[in-house]
Design a protein around this ligand. Structure first.
Ligand code: FE
Ligand code: FE
Ligand code: ZN
Length: 279
C-alpha cells in the first residue's frame, strides 16, 4: 500500500485530523504539535486520543508524523534559545508517547555565527538530554536546503550529528525532495546516484519519511520554496519516479505543497496514486 498524505491542521484534535486525511484519499498525515512559531501546546484530550487510536487503524492510518516548531533552534548558544529548545523538544517527546511508535520531525537548527562543528555538538547535546531510553518515538532530522547557516544541507552533516547521539537507534532522517534539490542533489537527473550517496553517507535504514514537494527554484539554488507537484523545477514525472523507486517506495510520503484548500491536496494525492505501481 502506498502511504501518502499531507500536512494537516491539528487545531480540532487528532480524530478530526484523521477524518480530514481520509476525506482526501490519504492514509497518513503530518501536523504541528503546537503553534509552528512557538508557544504553548494545547492540553492533551484523552478522549480525542482514544477516538483517534480507534479510528486510525480502521482507516488504514498506521503512521503519522509530527513536525516540531520552526522556532526551535537546538544549535544555538544563546541561553534563552537553548533552554527553549530543551523545553519544547522534551515536552513534545513526552506528548508523542500518547500516540506510541510514531515519527517526530525537526529541522536540525542554524549555526548563526558559530562554526558548523560547534553547532552540531550543541544539537547533539540537546538531543542527548531529551531522548529517553523508554521512548517509542523515532526522531527524524529533516534534510535542509542549506540556505544561510542552516545545518542539514548535506548528508554528511546529518551523519555527523547522528553519530554523536547516544540513543541513536531512536534517530532517523526525513528527506524533503524540495530541500535536497535546492541543496544540489539531482533527484530528477540521477535518483539512483542520490540514493546510493544517502546510503553510503547516512545509511538507507535511517530514511524513515519523505516530504514530497516540488520546488520553485532550481537545482542547487539553496532556496527553500515549495511548489505543487508538477508545477516546479523537479517535475511530476521525477517525483512520481521517486515514490516508485524500489528502495524508496515503502516510505511514508507527506505533501507540504502550497494549496489553499484540502481539495488541492486531494488532486495531488489522486495523481500520485495513479502514477504509483501500488496505487
Ligand atoms: Fe520542515
Ligand atoms: Fe519539509
Ligand atoms: Zn521547506
Amino acid at each position: 500500500m502506498f502511504t501518502i498524505g499531507c500536512h494537516l491542521s491539528s487545531a480540532k484534535g487528532y480524530l478530526h485530523m484523521a477524518e480530514d486525511a481520509v476525506s482526501i484519499g490519504s492514509n497518513t498525515c503530518q501536523f504541528f504539535l503546537r503553534n509552528p512559531r512557538g508557544g504553548r501546546a494545547k492540553a492533551i484530550d484523552p478522549k480525542d486520543i482514544a477516538a483517534f487510536r480507534q479510528f486510525a487503524p480502521e482507516h488504514g492510518i498506521e503512521t503519522i508524523l509530527a513536525h516540531a516548531s520552526y522556532t526551535v533552534n537546538p544549535a544555538s548558544n544563546v541561553p534563552k534559545t537553548h533552554d527553549c529548545a530543551l523545553m519544547v523538544l522534551g515536552d513534545d517527546l513526552v506528548r508523542m508517547e500518547e500516540t506510541p511508535h510514531q515519527l517526530y520531525n525537526m529541522h536540525p537548527g542554524a549555526a548563526v555565527g558559530q562554526p558548523v562543528d560547534v553547532a552540531i555538538d550543541n544539537i547533539a547535546a540537546v538531543l542527548n538530554e531529551v531522548l529517553q531510553p523508554g521512548q517509542t518515538t523515532t526522531v527524524l532530522l529533516e534534510t535542509m536546503s542549506g540556505s544561510g547557516s542552516e545545518i542539514g544541507g548535506t548528508f554528511e552533516e546529518l551523519a555527523t550529528l547522528i553519530e554523536k547521539i547516544e540513543l541513536n537507534d531512536r534517530m532517523g532522517v526525513c528527506l524533503d525532495t524540495c530541500h535536497v534539490w535546492a541543496a544540489g542533489y539531482d533527484i530528477a537527473g540521477d535518483l539512483d546516484g542520490v540514493v546510493d550517496e544517502f546510503d553510503r553517507v547516512i545509511g538507507l535504514d535511517r530514511l524513515r519519511a519523505v516530504h514530497l514537494n516540488d520546488s520553485k527554484f532550481g537545482l542547487g539554488s539553496h532556496k527553500d520554496r515549495h511548489a505543487r507537484i508538477g508545477e516546479g523545477t523537479i517535475g511530476f514525472d521525477a517525483l512520481a519516479a521517486f515514490t516508485n523507486h524500489p528502495k524508496l517506495r515503502h516510505l511514508p510520503y507527506f505533501l507540504e505543497t502550497p494549496n489553499e484548500a484540502l481539495s488541492g491536496y486531494a488532486e495531488e494525492i489522486a495523481a500520485l496514486r495513479a502514477a504509483h505501481a501500488e496505487g
